[in-house]
Design a protein around this ligand. Sequence first.
Ligand code: ARG
Length: 570
Amino acid sequence: MQHIKKEIASKIAEKLNKNVNEILDNIEVPKDSSMGDFAYPCFKLSKELRMAPIKIAEDMKSEIDFGDNISKVDVVSGYLNFFVNNEKVINNIMTDVILNKEKYLKSNEGKGKNICIDYSSPNIAKPFHIGHLRSTVIGNALYKIYKNIGYNVIGINHLGDFGTQFGLVIEGYKRWGKEYNLEENPIKCLVDIYVRTSELAKEDESVKDKARENFKKLEEGEKEVITLWNKFRELSLEEYKRIYKILDVEFDSYNGEAFYNDKMSEVVNILRDKNLLVESQGAMVVPIKGYDIPCMILKSNGSTTYTTRDLAAALYRKREYNFAKSIYVTSYEQSLHFSQMFEVAKNIIGEEYAENMVHVPFGMVLGKGGKKISTRGGANLTLEEILNEAIDKAKSILEEKGNAKDNIQELARQIGVGAIIFNDLKNNRIKDEIFNLDDMLKFDGETGPYVQYMYVRTNSILKKANFNIEEMKVEDIDFSLLKEKEEIDIIKAISRVKEVIKSAADQYEPSIITRYVIDIASLFSTYYNAHHIIAQDKKLMNARLSLVYSVGLIIKECLGMLGISCPDKM
Ligand code: ARG
């Protein structure tokens, strides 16, 4: 469909002596498909041409030959409405899908280019909270979307495994370590120790001093402290990996903040050599135009900061990956940090690279009724417990339905986790997300289980009809039999899939794909409620079954890009 839009634009552009892209931007898709497939608003030209819009439209209609991809052109109140030649276009789209299958959705736009995506990145000794789950889910979707358009993607978990909190945790562990079963529940124990030690530090200055000392030793690589730090990191990582396994998420690198410990002096030196470092109350900062607060590089005690480590990471990623883009997925609360860090980075990695660093912010996760979910208040659940709760709920729904008996645990995981991911990616990421397990697990409405169920539907129709796409020859399928409005609507929606994926990538917005999957699923549901797919006429049936196959393919591939797998039964 896209190339037909371009054809229309270039013919209008030629006639009006204008730039094609300008015309292309003005071409609309009518909401109601009975008004045509494309519409060009002529009233925008009225002033310039000193003519009534209707007259402009009529002249264009009679003077331009729009070619045989267009079967009809209508003039409706200042618009030129175009109807594409359905039979021809549908045959082209369907042939393309059936011949290429998964490849129909792919492109090689990013061939030879590297993209770094920094996501999830929880902090050791602080809770892995639901905001990190969002970062994990959005980052993982972007990872898959960019892979799909041909980029070489590097998924980076920039673990928060460094910083002054470690001084405190190490101090607390030295005092009360024996009271905790770190092996069994590392994240929770470390958080508890951290909280307990910070409480004590409030009353007892000497604890603070000890903590500072510990952190200094950590920076200097002292053996005893490093051993403890390593143990905390390893045990926490094991627990994170368990969560990532449930989510089916992987990373190419776990280089966290500590990895940059020995790489920060270079950053400090570059800034110093360029005369950008300024002393402020004992700390070293870089003032930035347009910001009231400068960017802190070294604290007054000489320690580095989160920002210093991010600058070192930017330099490392430039050298190691020569990135075409470097993306950071965190909540919007870090927007200031990233915009300042990107400004300072210009002086370290050069403007061309710094301009390709992008912060992808997202909104808060709220409970039902818009209340803030916190790990302390209300349900004091760990992330793993939340995921397992979703899986258990999905399992009881499956048991109630009684359809899925064997492999029920894996099906429940796909549905439970899929429901959480789908809910997370359903709306624009910057919007706050409402987290309510019962709502997201509903089998109808705009939910993960609903679209998964539509996929399962396509599968069972194909199975029932004994239809195997691998055994079909595309020349033998008569796509001209697909004439129903519902069929044409689906096929036109299918033809948009690549544009949809491209916009999701360009706008770092997986929800564009989620919305699209919802559209396809509901178009399909309308279709099979209105028409018999398993028909008397074999030729008609094969045409319809290949459409059903295509719908299943699109849903499965798109959900896959969002990080959601499709169960084979439900
Ligand atoms: N650990 C940080 C947090 O939990 C997120 C890190 C994001 N990535 C980065 N390169 N700063 O808030």
